[in-house]
Design a protein around this ligand. Structure first.
Ligand code: EZ4
Ligand code: CO
Length: 405
């Protein structure tokens, strides 16, 4: 008799920051984990899983991963969107984890086996001004990292995405009852950022990959100008230069600059990035396992990207849990056009809450060889009482107009 899914648990917890974790257990006692965290909208996806998806999973064959994906995607009629796709992604990852444990194989082996020895990664460096930024750049280089995302303050602004003023840990979501409001001034940013990044390049010399995240804040022509201004720096990439729902914006940017472009952390399906990939308007596709329908769907996106010379470079902030990060690293081990995995890092308590076989080694990521994802849960660090609402900020222009954060 084939094994069946017997138990569906949705854990909303907060080991220092909020996570939604799906745990499936089969009748034979095999456990699979999935991450369903949507930063700032955690309870919506928890309810989607508990109230609508969970009951449909009981009694299903956990080995029918693709059929379950199609059932939850096509079967719902109301398709796509971050909440539904995160829920499908969590189920998909948990089923791959179960398959790995049932067969005693690490996930990368089930995905076709290793195509590389280690997965490239990049870390975040930030500083309100150049000297503060260079301190963090140097620290990452000393730890062996060869690729670094650089974010800096902007004269005249009080708060800027990606930067904490006191150079302590940066975490964009605040555990607050309503989103913080920030002022965004694109002109001030464009006056200062090229000089800061050129300053980093002058300090590190050649051979270090420099990345920068614009966080969807520029108009196409502003983004084109920034790309051109950064050409002498030789960027690894410029990320999310314009709001991601408008693929033609990237066409305009592309016509003006050879600076490599990355986008896609907010995409949920291949249809969000089909035009960008097929028209080669980007160099890197940033979809995350958790937000784009899990391992099964990411494989399809990455296959389309491979055909069109686009490389995979998944999102990896602290709100992508160690469960999703594990899945992403395993994909990185087994996917030919996988270029680099973002690794923002986690507070210590998050590592304790999700003991994981994946690890950082010599400035790179290693998946480990445990069966499945190689991630477990420390039960007493997943208490629902610890959950507190958290919101990402919103941004307004100086005249009060709401703009993209
Ligand atoms: O702002 O994940 O590349 N990384 C990012 C992140 C996002 C957060 C939002 O929840 O853009 O820092
Ligand atoms: Co980003």
């Amino acid at each position: 008799m084939p094994d069946v899914i017997d138990r569906v648990e949705v854990l909303v917890s907060s080991p220092s920051r909020n996570y939604v974790t799906l745990r499936l257990t089969t009748r034979d006692g095999v456990v699979g984990l999935g991450d369903a965290t949507v930063n700032g909208r955690e309870l919506a996806v928890a309810s989607y899983l508990r109230d609508h998806v969970g009951p449909l999973l009981i009694g299903r064959d956990p080995g029918r991963i693709e059929d379950t994906w199609q059932y939850l995607y096509r079967g719902v009629y109301w398709r796509r969107g971050p909440i539904g796709m995160a829920a499908i992604g969590a189920v998909d990852v948990a089923l791959w984890d179960i398959l790995g444990k049932r067969t005693g194989q690490p996930l990368y082996a089930l995905l076709g086996g290793r195509v590389r020895d280690r997965v490239a990664t990049y870390r975040h460096a930030f500083g309100w001004d150049l000297p503060a930024l260079l301190e963090q750049v140097d620290a990452h280089r000393e730890a062996g990292f060869e690729n670094i995302r650089v974010q800096a303050g902007v004269p005249g602004l009080d708060v800027v995405y990606g930067v904490s003023r006191d150079n302590q840990v940066y975490e964009p979501a605040g555990r607050v009852a309503a989103p913080a409001e920030e002022i965004w001034d694109a002109e001030a940013y464009l006056r200062s950022i090229p000089g800061v990044i050129a300053g980093v390049r002058a300090h590190v010399g050649d051979g270090v990959g420099l990345l920068h995240d614009v966080h969807h804040r520029l108009t196409p022509i502003q983004a084109a100008g920034l790309g051109k201004a950064l050409e002498p720096v030789g960027m690894f990439w410029l990320e999310d230069v314009t709001p991601a729902e408008d693929p033609d914006a990237l066409r305009l940017v592309r016509q003006h600059t050879t600076t490599p472009l990355a986008i896609g952390e907010v995409f949920n399906t291949v249809w969000d990035c089909q035009q960008l990939i097929e028209n080669r308007l980007i160099d890197y596709i940033r979809v995350a396992v958790v937000h784009a329908g899990g391992i099964s769907h990411l494989r399809k996106i990455f296959a389309l990207a491979e055909v069109h010379g686009v490389q995979a470079a998944p999102h990896g902030p602290s709100d992508v849990s160690p469960v999703s990060l594990a899945a992403s690293i395993h994909l990185g081990m087994a996917t030919h056009n996988f270029a680099i995995q973002e690794y923002m890092g986690y507070p210590d308590l998050v590592h304790e809450a999700f003991p994981h076989g994946w690890h950082v080694s010599g400035g790179h990521l290693q998946s480990g060889d445990e069966p499945g994802l190689g991630v477990t849960l420390t039960e007493d660090l997943h208490r629902s009482d610890d959950y507190q609402p958290a919101y990402l900020p919103v941004a307004r222009r100086r005249d009060g107009t709401l703009t993209d954060w």
